[in-house]
Write a protein that binds this ligand. Structure first.
Ligand SMILES: Nc1nc2c(ncn2[C@@H]2O[C@H](COP(=O)(O)OP(=O)(O)OP(=O)(O)O)[C@@H](O)[C@H]2O)c(=O)[nH]1
Ligand SMILES: [Mg+2]
Length: 316
C-alpha cells in the first residue's frame, strides 16, 4: 500500500498517524521526504457497512504502508531520484492511497476542471499498472466553509478513478478509520509480511539521520535545506547503555557550510540539541550526537554525489 501525492500534502503525517509512531519526518517545507519508508499497521478496523466480507464485522490484520517523496516536476538529479522513488513504489504494492489537500482548490473546482498535474500523472501510472486507489482528501480542517467538503468529495470522485474518497485531518488523527476501511476492502487477504513487533523496514541509523535532516529543514531558510543531506558515520552502543552517534551534514557548496554551522556554532548546536532529543525518544536510551559539516561540491547534481549523500539504489 503506497502513499503518493504532491509534496507537502501530509503523506508522512498520515503514515505516522496511522502507524502511531514517528517514522517519517514532517516539516512545513515541501520535498521533505526523499526515500520510501515502510510503516507497518497491525490492528483491527470495522469493515464498512457494504463490505462484501461482512458488514460491521471487525477485521484484524496488517497493512504495510510505504511513504514516498512528493510527486512534482523534477529538474535536478536529486529531485528526479525522489520522483522515481515515489512512482516506482506503485509497481511494488497492491493498492495506492493518493493524498491531496482539501483547502487550496476548494473554491476553484468546477465540473469542467481538470485533475492537477501530479495527481493526473499518478493516475496514469496506476491505470497502466492496473492498481486500485483510494483518494485521501487531507487537511479538511483548513476548509473554512465546511459546506465545500461534500462537493469536493464528489468532484474528486468524478475526476479520477478512485474506489473511494475519504476526508481526513492527519494532524488531528481524524478520518483514519475511514481510510483503513477502504483499504481493507481493496487489499487481498494473505499472511502478514512482517512480524508483529516490526514497525518499519528502516534501520535506527537511517531514522536518526532523518531526524537530523528534519531539524535542518525546520531551521534553514530558502534553498539551503535542499542542499543538505545527512550521513550517520558511526553508531556506537556503549556498555552503559547509551549510544554515541557521529553524523555528517553534507552541503553542496563551501559558502553553505558557514550558514549551517552558524554564528559561533549556534545553528549546528541547536540542530544537534533538538535532534539528540528526538533520537533519544526513538531509541529509548541516552544519545550523544556529534555533528560535523562536510562540503561535497555539487552533490545534488551528479549521480556520484547523490550516491555519496545516501541517495543511491539500495539505501536502508
Ligand atoms: N492543517 C493541517 N496540516 C497538516 C495536516 N496534515 C499535515 N499537515 C501539515 O502539512 C505539512 C506537511 O506535512 P508532511 O507530512 O511533511 O507532508 P508530505 O506530503 O509528507 O510532504 P513531502 O514529504 O514534502 O512530500 C506539515 O507542516 C504538517 O504538519 C492536516 O490534516 N491539517
Ligand atoms: Mg513526506
Amino acid at each position: 500500500m503506497a502513499i503518493l501525492g504532491r509534496p507537502n500534502v501530509g503523506k508522512s503525517t498520515l503514515l505516522n498517524a496511522i502507524v502511531g509512531e514517528k517514522l517519517a519526518i514532517v516539516t512545513p517545507k515541501p520535498q521533505t521526504t526523499r526515500n520510501r519508508i515502510v510503516g507497518v499497521w497491525n490492528g483491527e478496523a470495522t469493515l464498512a457497512a457494504d463490505d462484501p466480507r461482512g458488514s460491521g464485522r471487525t477485521a484484524r490484520g496488517q497493512i504495510v504502508f510505504v511513504d514516498t517523496p512528493g510527486v512534482h516536476q523534477a529538474r535536478s538529479p536529486l529531485n528526479r531520484f525522489m520522483v522515481r522513488e515515489a512512482m516506482g513504489a506503485i509497481e511494488d504494492v497492491d493498492a495506492v492511497l493518493v493524498v491531496t489537500e482539501a483547502h487550496e482548490k476548494a473554491a476553484a473546482l468546477s465540473p469542467s476542471a481538470r485533475l492537477p498535474e501530479a495527481e493526473s500523472w499518478i493516475l496514469e501510472r496506476l491505470t497502466a499498472a492496473g492498481k486500485p486507489a483510494v483518494l485521501c482528501l487531507n487537511k479538511v480542517d483548513k476548509v473554512k466553509d465546511k459546506g465545500q467538503i461534500l462537493p469536493l468529495i464528489e468532484w474528486w470522485g468524478r475526476a479520477g478513478k478512485f474506489s473511494a474518497v475519504v476526508p481526513t485531518c492527519a494532524t488531528r488523527k481524524k478520518g483514519l478509520d475511514g481510510i483503513l476501511q477502504e483499504l481493507l476492502r481493496l487489499l487481498p487477504e494473505g499472511p502478514p509480511l512482517y512480524g508483529p513487533d516490526v514497525l518499519t523496514d528502516r534501520t535506527q541509523r537511517f531514522l536518526a539521520g532523518e531526524l537530523v535532516r528534519e531539524q535542518l529543514f525546520l531551521r534553514l531558510k530558502q534553498e539551503l535545506p535542499y542542499a543538505t543531506a545527512v550521513i550517520v558515520e558511526n553508531w556506537n552502543e556503549r556498555d552503559k547503555g547509551d549510544v554515541v552517534i557521529d553524523a555528517s551534514i553534507i552541503v553542496d557548496r563551501e559558502s553553505q557550510k558557514a550558514i549551517v554551522v552558524g554564528r559561533g556554532g549556534a545553528m549546528i548546536r541547536d540542530v544537534g540539541m533538538a535532534a539528540r532529543k528526538e533520537i533519544g525518544e526513538l531509541v529509548g536510551r541516552t544519545v550523544h550526537l556529534r555533528l560535523n559539516v562536510r562540503v561535497e561540491e555539487g552533490w545534488t547534481g551528479s549521480p556520484a554525489g547523490l550516491a555519496e549523500a545516501g541517495y543511491g539504489k539500495d539505501e536502508t
